[in-house]
Structures are given as C-alpha cells and as structure tokens.
Ligand binder design. Structure first.
Ligand SMILES: [Zn+2]
Length: 242
C-alpha cells in the first residue's frame, strides 16, 4: 500500500525536476567559507549563506517560488562556477530589467579593481539612479559570482553587501585589493594615463599589480587628456568632458 502511494509521488517529483521546477544545490567553498549555491536549467540561480539546509531551502522557496533540493552530484560543477566567477553561467530571470542591467555591468568589473555605485549608474544610462543601483546590488541573487563586492561608495567606503559588510572587505582583500589605497583612489577627481599608453582612465581602473612600477600622467579634467590625443579607456569609460 505504501509502495502504491509513494510511486506516483516519485513520478511527480521526477517530472517536476525534468521541467526545471525543482532546482538543485550543494555546499561550496568561497573566500568567506562555506556557502550554499543553487542551479536550475538555465544556470546558477543563487548563492546564499544560511545556518542550515532547512533555512536555505525555506529562503530559496520564498524568494524564487520553486523548490530546491540538495544534489551532491552538483558539487563539482557549482564549485567550478565559484572559481569561474563572472564567467559562470547565471540565471538572472528573476530580476527586473534594471537589476539585470546593473548586474551585467557589475559582471564586467575585473578582479582586483572596484567601481563606485555612481559609475554603474552612468554605465547603464541612469546616472541619477545611484541609490537604486545600491538596492539592486543588495538583492544580487548570485553574490561572489556576479561580483557586487567590487562596487563601493563614491566616498571610498566599501558600503553594504549582500552577504554582509565585513565579508565585503574580506573578499576584496582576498582579491588583492589594498582597501585603504582603494578608498583613496575612488575619491580622486582626476584621470590617469599609463606612460606610453594612448588611453586615459579613472584612477580606480587599475589593480595593485597594474600600478606596480608604472608611471602615470595625471589630469584634472578629461578635456586635458583629450587635448593630448588620448582616448577614453574601453574598460572604465571615463567621460570626454567633465
Ligand atoms: Zn580604464
């Protein structure tokens, strides 16, 4: 009797799984310790901290409206995605178009470098929406993979983080960012061009190793750089005129 009751239940579970209505998760290692990572048919859906599997499963269902189950066979794939970071395939279908634009711009920030919230706002064509950028990043479903920890406040403070403000500093340090130096460079109102290069950048475009032993020409306004025939860097997109 028990058999005949549970067989249709298992069948239903299989159908739900095949239709992508039950996602899978595993516990993976990150620079801030073990975290829960989940994936569905279209890629990584979530990275979260939780005190137990039950808590994670409950929060997941509440947020995404789908069930998630532990699948240890996903461990290697999810761990690999953590290593690949922003190159891993993510499923951002739960996000609205504004959030997606914010997360896609964030994805392009290279390890060891940071951007102010205001930079993201300009980059996505909504220069006045700095606060909304902060909100979108705080709701990033896949922190560590879409590197929202690389977005900081314009006053140089590291600011809020989806996984906790202290962890943000720890992850940045793990990526080789010298946080006091970063604070200084984010607040500079000047533009830098590596000597011998024909482009100019925001000072926060460079990682610590890129700064090492290099000399820069420095400008108070982008116009000064443009007058010398320099073009805006294609990574940090400084303006042509301030
Ligand atoms: Zn640049």
């Amino acid at each position: 009797m028990v058999q005949s009751m549970s067989a249709p239940g298992r069948f239903l579970e299989d159908v739900l799984r095949r239709c992508g209505l039950i996602d899978g998760y595993a516990v993976v290692q990150s620079p801030i310790g073990a975290v829960y990572a989940a994936m569905g048919e279209r890629g990584i859906t979530a990275v979260m901290e939780a005190s137990s599997e039950t808590e994670f499963e409950g929060r997941y269902r509440e947020r995404f409206g789908r069930r998630v189950e532990r699948r240890d066979q996903l461990s290697a794939e999810l761990q690999n995605a953590m290593q690949r970071g922003s190159r891993a395939k993510v499923d951002l279908s739960e996000c609205n178009p504004f959030q997606r634009a914010v997360l896609e711009a964030t994805r392009r920030i290279r390890p060891g470098t940071v951007r102010p919230y205001a930079w993201i706002a300009r980059e996505i064509g909504h220069p006045g929406a700095v606060r909304a950028v902060g909100t979108a990043l705080a709701k990033n479903p896949v922190p560590l993979i879409v590197p929202c920890h690389r977005v900081v406040r314009s006053d140089g403070e590291t600011g809020e983080y989806a996984l906790g403000a202290d962890d943000k500093v720890r992850i940045l340090e793990h990526e080789g960012v010298h946080v006091p130096e970063l604070r200084r460079r984010v607040t500079m109102h000047e533009f830098w061009s590596p000597e011998g290069d024909d482009t100019f950048c925001y000072p926060f475009c460079f990682s610590e190793p890129q700064l090492h032993g290099r000399h820069f020409r420095k400008f108070q306004t982008p116009q000064e750089a443009v007058r010398l025939g320099l073009t805006p860097c294609e990574t940090c997109h400084p303006p042509l005129a301030a």
